[in-house]
Design a protein. Structure first.
Lengths: 73, 628
């Protein structure tokens, strides 16, 4: 499954790159992309564990950039 | 400016004023005197006003294990400077860092907004007519078959057919075409275009999710997922750059003072001197300028291209297009109009007009595009006579009786069949022979018209340095060669079977110069495999053709082949700006590092190398938006 999330207050390009690397390392993630320009994050991961993976992704992003908010619909 | 940015601005101003006041307090030799304390207090006040959030983030992020976090590095550098007694410098570095960050955030925000405004084709509502009343609803709530009212100035929310009214539509946001498109009852309208003058009612033909506007938006939104190789490279580079500079800083702080101190016995001020240099290194260690300017440039290039009706599905395709040296074209619909017209009339024993009207009269029973083109040509010359007993002979042509004369119109085999002897001809295009009462009367050539702007477009590609332009077609050799000559392609491969095109593309792909790419340009109808096989698949005329939008990497929305060299220019220029930024940012950073080691650099230069360079790189990247 592939899903896109909006990011609010993603202020630094380097953080976006760090988030992307961190999300890609999560077990079960096939691909991830964090776009600083469009302030969006796309995660492609296992269907079965998708929600858990998203929660984990939010957690690692918070670690990199605590001010950035991820809108999980 | 957002509220957050305004708050930051106020903080910076306060910090700057307090800092300026601090500069008037004379430096004193006596440590811990009253004046010394006052001076320290004023500088610390300015420092915290400017950078308390940086300090807080540094602490918080280090707790999260983010060692090479830019906030942390900035905090260490500025605090370190103050510890070794460089108060004013420590404060100034923090203030300037914040000024740079603010500027950066404003500039990025602005270009982001510019670009998204440019791509703003999303209709916000639809006035749907239900039970005689008009209600405003979300476009995705409208069902196929419902009637939508579009007032002047409103955006067409869904694809549909006009059932009432007439107006002119502005499709600039979709195609880059500024000329208005006139529509009346029975015409198709495309969502995303803007109604300019008359009231229109349309019957919705596609649900919102399948309409043109949502297809394009999807394309645009996903484009940031396809990152350019350069961007990925820079991100990887950034991951090693920061640790390397930080480690060098550590070594710089410790090794030289030890070595020099031991060898010369000198010590006074030596440690402070090298620690200052090391702190300067820390300020330069942030890779922000690089990391920010690459995606911003590509984003700008893609945004700028969209203004001309060139939709690019990702930075990687823009990058690949910049390197394209082999351009492969499909013939019909790409270099030619894909519509037939009479190009030549060669009568024998009768007049040109007679030939044309005989052929047209006989062809009336047929609705083949070739027949239609002959009929249209005849109408332009004063009408089509009535034909009797017209019959179509499949695979040969048609026969009819006109004014009591037996007319046969068709291919060479038909002429042979009725015993009419045809003369040799070397015309390009489809040849339609004509015989009257069994006697050969000449032929008409019908051919696909070459697009007027195909030749200049190809000439410009050549000027831009395209190594090889190739045209592929399933058409006859003679026709293909004529078109090739008219538009000026280097090579032509004709009489290809449907799968022959992909094979030809594969061969050309193997032959291309190392490091260059191959672009395939087609009209998207039956070129999907070739579009997919090429490094960059470019489809012509995206409007109304979902297949083209899906199969291609780049879509020329307005069917204008002259947008191809424009797209190449945008791609090249964007790549150029990206390279400029990388070289500039790395160059300045490196220069500052080297100067620092030799004692010629200082923290001011370092702050410039960090945020100053970022701002310049961002401004440079913004040029990508307006390439013409």
């Amino acid at each position: 499954m592939k899903k896109t999330f909006k990011l609010i207050d993603l202020d630094c390009a380097n953080c976006a790159a760090k988030m992307e690397t961190a999300i890609k390392k999560i077990d079960g993630v096939t691909d991830a992309s964090v776009s600083f320009m469009s302030q969006k994050m796309t995660i492609e991961a296992d269907d079965a564990r998708f929600d858990d993976i998203v929660r984990e992704a939010v957690k690692v992003c918070k670690k990199v950039e605590p001010d950035c908010e991820i809108v999980v619909k | 400016m957002s509220r957050k940015q305004k708050k930051m601005l106020v903080r910076i101003i306060i910090a700057a004023v307090v800092f300026a006041a601090g500069l008037f307090i004379p430096e004193t030799e006596e440590t811990f005197s009253v004046l010394w304390f006052v001076r320290l207090a004023v500088f610390l006040g300015a420092y915290f006003a400017a950078g308390w959030d940086i300090l807080w983030k540094a602490v918080r992020n280090i707790a999260h294990g983010q060692v090479f976090d830019e906030n942390f590095l900035m905090a260490i550098a500025s605090i370190g400077a103050m510890i070794i007694g460089e108060y004013s410098e420590g404060v100034a570095v923090m203030i300037f860092y914040q000024v740079g960050e603010l500027f950066q955030s404003v500039a990025v925000g602005k270009s982001r907004k510019n670009i998204s405004d440019m791509m703003d084709i999303n209709p916000e509502y639809a006035n749907v007519e239900r039970d005689g009343e008009i209600t405003e609803v979300e476009p995705d709530e409208v069902k196929v078959g419902e009637t939508v009212v579009i007032k002047p100035g409103e955006r067409v929310p869904l694809d549909g057919e006009v059932i009432f009214g007439a107006s002119e539509l502005n499709t600039a946001a979709l195609t880059g075409e500024s000329a208005l498109r006139g529509v009346a009852v029975g015409d198709e309208v495309i969502s995303g275009s803007v109604n300019t003058n008359g009231l229109l009612k349309i019957r919705v033909s596609k649900p919102y999710s399948d309409s043109t506007v949502s297809k394009i938006l999807e394309l645009v939104e996903n484009s940031s997922d396809n990152k350019a190789k350069t961007e990925n490279f820079i991100t990887r580079f950034a991951r090693v750059y920061t640790p390397i500079v930080v480690i060098s800083a550590l070594l710089l702080a410790v090794v030289p003072p030890l070595v020099i101190g031991l060898s010369s016995g000198m010590n006074g001020g030596l440690w402070n001197d090298w620690i200052y240099k090391a702190l300067t290194f820390l300020v330069v260690s942030c890779p922000c300028a690089l990391v920010i300017s690459v995606p911003l440039s590509y984003f700008g290039g893609i945004g700028g291209a969209s203004r001309h009706g060139i939709m690019i599905k990702g930075a990687n395709y823009l990058e690949a297009l910049a390197k394209a040296q082999t351009f492969v074209f499909d013939k019909t619909g790409t270099l030619t109009k894909g519509s037939f017209a009479v190009s030549e009339k060669c009568p024998q024993g009768i007049s040109e007009n007679e030939l044309l009207s005989y052929c047209a009269a006989a062809e009336q029973i047929s609705n083949h595009p070739i027949a239609v083109s002959i009929i249209n040509a005849a109408k332009a010359f004063g009408g089509v006579p009535k034909a009797d007993n017209a019959e179509e002979i499949a695979g040969f042509g048609v026969r009819a009786v006109i004014d009591g004369r037996e007319i046969a119109v068709g291919n060479a085999r038909l002429m042979e069949k009725i015993g009419a002897k045809i003369t040799e001809q070397k015309s390009a295009g489809t040849i339609v022979h004509c015989a009257v009462d069994g006697k050969y009367c000449g032929y008409i050539t019908v051919s696909d018209e070459v697009k007027e702007n195909a030749k200049p477009a190809l000439a410009e590609l050549k000027r831009l340095g395209a190594e090889r332009t190739v045209m592929l077609t399933g058409d006859r050799k003679i026709t293909a060669n004529a078109v090739a000559k008219a538009v000026g392609v280097d090579e032509v491969q004709s009489q290809l079977l449907p799968d022959g095109k992909v094979k030809a593309v594969e061969e050309l792909y193997r032959d291309k110069l190392a490091g260059s790419t191959l672009a395939y340009v087609g009209d998207g109808m039956n070129d999907a495999p070739s579009l997919a096989r090429a490094d960059v698949g470019i489809a012509m005329g995206g409007l109304g053709s979902d297949a083209a939008i899906e199969a291609a990497d780049i879509v020329l929305m307005n069917d204008n082949i002259e947008n191809l060299p424009l797209a190449v220019r945008i791609a090249r220029k964007t790549r150029h700006i990206v390279t400029e930024n990388i070289v500039f940012a790395l160059g300045v950073k490196l220069a500052v590092l080297v100067l620092t080691v030799f004692g010629l650099g200082n923290m001011w230069a370092a702050v410039f190398a960090d945020v100053g360079v970022s701002v310049i790189a961002i401004l440079n990247a913004m040029r990508c938006m307006s390439i013409k």
